[in-house]
Design a protein around this ligand. Structure first.
Ligand SMILES: NC(=O)c1ccc[n+]([C@@H]2O[C@H](COP(=O)([O-])OP(=O)(O)OC[C@H]3O[C@@H](n4cnc5c(N)ncnc54)[C@H](O)[C@@H]3O)[C@@H](O)[C@H]2O)c1
Length: 451
């Protein structure tokens, strides 16, 4: 199949590359000339494990092409994916301006029959809007092509995106006719060869809502556990024991039950906000989801307040090392990362902050802008030199078992805040550290050691 992918970000680039990997001829198009230039040189503009070698291989085999010219990418294409951003608008709803612009351009530039697949996360009814824009544009230029629109939300996880795309839990597609359903089966069967029932072909609106429902459910689990963790801190219980006990109930399951400094990223915050907005627009107030957002904002502040409280509200003259700036390990994406709120809170309280992240440093400094008192280092141990406290914000593998003896010698104060519950209370206490984490008060951890 010949495929055009419009938008070469985290989703579009992985989609295009993986479709080329299974043998399709794919042209990825992006407005960003710098990105396209890098990609033509086999360099990935984003960090995603395993992606760059696949780009290189498929460029070499002439199955993958990059361009800034939409018309060129649509020539002879059977399918065009729309994978542009749908950021949060000012009122919380999804900003569909990029999606609308692409729909108009496809209507203007396509030169044959085409199935347009909306992969961007879009509110219910957006495929109808895209369809109308394309049909109106085709009509205005007197073109008689059969252009149809399908929904195919993406569920990949940054940090594991290539594997998720090649070996998905499920693929969801929404169509309006059997011909499009057949084309999608042809496109995707190869990825679900182990179990074809993983491919769900449904109506467009259900498909659009499956994506929001999934992200909103995951965000809800995180906020729910974060609130339970805060209760643990007050009543003297251990959230990790609570998590394990709850998760072993098959109806609940073990995943997405980790307490932490709140969720971030380019999806959960904006998708929860957009779903709330959709509910309001249709007269259905989504009360649970409204609280999920409030709880998440509060959790980021709660995490930062642990540090501020330890120093009695005044961090003047204190140096705080931050390990982890990306919103999660395995990615350089820092959009809505908890580290932003945490660092801003510490700077406001007068601290000097030294940040480290294996991949997210450049994006983070661009996102947060230049701030007095905030600098970055390339080596995790350099961040802790003469620091009064170390805060673990993102659980990158390289932070999981660091050399605490060395850290203790490098630091000015032996104080650590483990906002991902990764480190051992017992080991750190034995080395003379003050240790705080999320939802596990000291007295209960000490008591649990004896059990
Ligand atoms: N990032 C994720 O983990 C993830 C996962 C699932 C779904 N999604 C959804 O997928 C969509 C894309 O997300 P992303 O993270 O890949 O976004 P992104 O911001 O990384 O990439 C979007 C790209 O689209 C390009 N673009 C914008 N307008 C264009 C146009 N008219 N023509 C060509 N290119 C254009 C931009 O230059 C950019 O490179 C969003 O709706 C998002 O919610 C993202």
């Amino acid at each position: 199949m010949r495929i055009s992918v419009v938008g070469t970000g985290y989703v579009g680039l992985v989609t295009g590359t993986c479709l080329a990997e299974v043998g399709h001829t794919v042209t990825c198009v992006d407005l960003d000339e710098k990105k396209v230039k890098m990609l033509k040189e086999s360099r990935s503009p984003i960090y995603e494990p395993g992606l760059e070698p696949l780009i290189q291989l498929n460029l070499e085999h002439e199955r993958l092409f990059f361009t800034t010219n939409l018309e060129e990418s649509l020539k002879g294409a059977d399918v065009a994916f729309v994978a542009v951003g749908t950021p949060e608008g000012e009122d919380g709803s999804a900003d569909l301006s990029y999606v609308r612009a692409v729909a108009k351009s496809i209507g203007d530039k396509c030169s044959g029959n085409l199935l347009v697949i909306v992969k961007s996360t879009v509110p219910v009814g957006t495929c109808d809007v895209v369809d109308n824009i394309i049909q109106d544009t085709l009509k205005a230029r007197g073109a008689k092509y059969r252009v149809t629109v399908g929904s195919n939300p993406e569920f990949l996880k940054e940090g594991a995106a290539v594997n998720d795309f090649l070996h998905p839990d499920r693929i969801v597609a929404g169509v309006t006719n059997e011909q499009d359903a057949e084309l999608l089966r042809e496109l995707y069967t190869v990825f679900v060869i182990d179990d074809p029932s993983k491919l769900f072909i449904v109506d467009r609106r259900s498909s659009e809502l499956i994506k929001y429902g999934s992200n909103a459910m995951l965000a809800t689990r995180i906020s729910f556990m974060n609130e339970l963790a805060r209760l643990c801190e007050k009543v003297g219980a251990d959230i990790d024991n609570v998590r394990r006990g709850m998760g072993s109930d098959a109806r609940i399951g073990r995943k997405f039950l980790w307490a932490g400094p709140g969720y971030g990223g380019s999806c959960f915050p904006k998708d929860v906000a957009a779903l709330v907005k959709t509910g309001d627009q249709f007269g259905v107030s989504l009360e649970i989801l409204k609280s999920v957002t409030t709880a998440n904002e509060s959790q980021k502040k709660h995490a930062a307040s642990k540090v501020v409280r330890h120093f009695h509200g005044n961090l003047k003259g204190k140096t705080i090392a931050i390990w982890g700036l990306a919103f999660k390990p395995g990615t350089d994406d820092v959009r809505e990362a908890p580290a932003i709120t945490i660092i801003e809170t510490l700077l406001d309280a007068g601290a000097t902050v030294i940040g480290h992240d294996p991949k997210g440093q450049d994006n983070f400094s661009r996102e947060i802008g230049s701030k007095k008192g905030l600098t970055y280092v390339d080596n995790a141990y350099d961040a802790v030199k003469n620091a009064d406290a170390l805060v673990l914000v993102t659980e990158w593998p390289e932070y999981k078992r660091p050399n605490f003896e060395k850290i203790g010698m490098l630091m000015r104060g032996k104080i650590v805040f483990d906002l991902r519950n990764q480190w051992s209370f017992k080991n750190l206490k034995a080395l003379g550290f003050h240790y705080e984490c999320i939802g596990r008060p000291d007295e209960i951890m000490a008591q649990n050691l004896k059990l």
